[in-house]
Design a protein around this ligand. Structure first.
Ligand code: 5AD
Length: 456
């Protein structure tokens, strides 16, 4: 009998990407071959996102696409959309199985027991999940930077956010298991490990052993062979002096923090039920920069939250510029069923959201360029990722060194990241993938940098 084939696709955040890698591993262990999502397979897994209505929509599109690629295949849907709207998902044409956040470890059995056309729902009340679900997946991530989930759940209940309902209460992976996971990744050759979670800064809260995020990082800092350790999103309230002191020790800690601001206006922050104001945030970034020179600080901003008038938006833009973020992720507010803000009366017109989003994205580009420009003429340590297409937009002025024969001689154009999260483009060979390279930065390239490798 030929090998059974499974194909996965993933929407949304880094946690989802980690979990998909884990699901792939579960299928591999049971003898499945993992194939491309667009090719014929016996099983399709769609790992969904529901943070905005676009997540829902894209999830449904991908579900239907799987059904078209092979109408005989079992189509299983998991992730945040599946967890929060299981019946809606089950009713999408072609879906056989909906797997909630508490049943992922059993996904292979669930898939094998389903018969085509009999819709099965394996979703439980996430509010009752109090244990960290261990999944494999530390060894087979097909990328250069490895994600590792250390924490699950959120209890902040910001007024716009559906994630606490999708992910449930706070729980953390044990320090021993995190350590083992990181060691595993390092042994598999990963130079960079990104610690992820839903409310990562709450790591260890409520744990018996008393190891918090700082304690955990202190343990991980000594793993032999770990070159880069990056933290994904941290709430402003969770960035403590102890954390910054530890990170200031340098490698393996990356000089990068993603700190979601959400809005740069105090009235809106309050209505969002965020637990800080712009003054707090300003002081926080001053102390971050004081302790971590050249740190890259990236953020998430939402536009068009209910009640956001032009004046609030302008305040927000001014504050964002003042904070000199090195990159912005801009989200258009999307009302989520069951969240308080969805019921606020003063919803913003979609066209206004669109316009504000456009403006803020432009602000983000110019901030990114200013940050990147600081590294012109210098040598940056870059983790080599994958080849890129030279787009007209990004490289309108491809310089002599990077074009034509010179470039063919030295390889394809690759991209990679510095530890402070600036994207760099440079010619390289495939053999350098996953390795650190010293890149002499010669010019700006889009919102990143261009340069060439210095071979020793
Ligand atoms: N609408 C738009 N964006 C949202 N986010 C969270 N909830 C919503 C929503 N209802 C954004 C926040 C968060 C990011 C992951 O998603 O900016 O930081």
């Amino acid at each position: 009998m030929s090998e059974k084939k499974v194909a996965l696709t993933t929407l949304g955040c880094k946690v989802n990407q980690y979990e998909s890698a884990a699901l792939e591993e579960l299928f591999r262990r049971r003898g499945y071959q993992v194939v491309d999502f667009d090719s014929p397979a016996d099983v399709y897994i769609i790992n969904t996102c529901t943070v905005t209505h676009l997540g829902d929509r894209k999830s449904r599109q991908l579900i239907r696409r799987a059904g078209r690629t092979n109408p005989e295949a079992v189509v299983a849907v998991t992730g945040c959309y599946a967890q929060t709207a299981p019946d809606e998902v089950l009713n999408v044409e072609g879906v056989d199985l909906v797997v909630g956040a508490g049943h992922r470890a059993e996904i292979v059995d669930l898939v094998e027991n389903v018969s085509k056309g009999r819709k099965v729902k394996a979703v439980e009340d996430i509010a009752r999940c109090h244990d960290f679900e261990e999944l494999p997946g530390e060894s087979h991530q097909g990328r250069v930077r490895a994600f590792l989930k250390i924490q699950e759940g959120c209890e902040n209940y910001c007024s716009y956010c559906i994630i606490p309902y999708a992910r449930g209460p706070l729980r953390s992976r044990s320090p021993e298991n995190v350590l083992a996971g990181v060691r595993n990744l390092v042994e598999s050759g990963f130079k960079e490990v990104v610690l992820t979670g839903i409310h990562t800064g709450a790591y260890g809260r409520g744990n018996q052993d008393g190891v918090d995020l700082v304690g955990l990082l202190a343990l991980l800092a000594n793993v032999p062979g770990l070159v880069r350790l990056r933290l994904s999103s941290l709430e402003p309230n969770d960035i403590t002096p102890d954390l910054l002191d530890l990170m200031a020790a340098g490698p393996p800690f990356c000089r990068h923090l993603h700190i979601p601001l959400q809005s740069g206006d105090d009235y809106i922050l309050k209505r969002m039920r965020r637990r800080y104001d712009t003054n707090y945030f300003r002081r926080l970034l001053a102390s971050v920069r004081d302790k971590l020179p050249e740190v890259g600080i990236t953020t998430d901003i939402m536009v068009g939250f209910p009640g956001e008038e032009d004046e609030h938006f302008r305040n927000g833009c001014t504050f964002v510029k003042e904070m000199q973020f090195s990159a912005l992720h801009v989200f258009k507010y999307s009302p989520r069923r069951g969240t308080p803000a969805a019921g606020f009366p003063d919803q913003v017109d979609p066209r206004v959201k669109e316009e504000r989003s456009r403006k803020l994205i432009a602000v983000g580009h110019s901030l990114a360029q200013s940050f990147a420009a600081r590294f012109l003429g210098r040598t940056a340590s870059v983790l080599v990722e994958q080849p890129v297409d030279i787009s007209e937009h990004l490289f309108s002025q491809v310089d002599q060194d990077l074009s034509g024969d010179a470039m063919n001689a030295s390889g394809e154009l690759f991209e990679g990241l510095t530890d402070n999260y600036v994207r760099v483009y440079f010619p390289a060979q495939d053999s350098l993938r996953g390795q650190l390279a010293d890149v002499k930065v010669t010019e700006l390239g889009g919102t990143g940098l261009k340069g060439r490798i210095i071979y020793k």
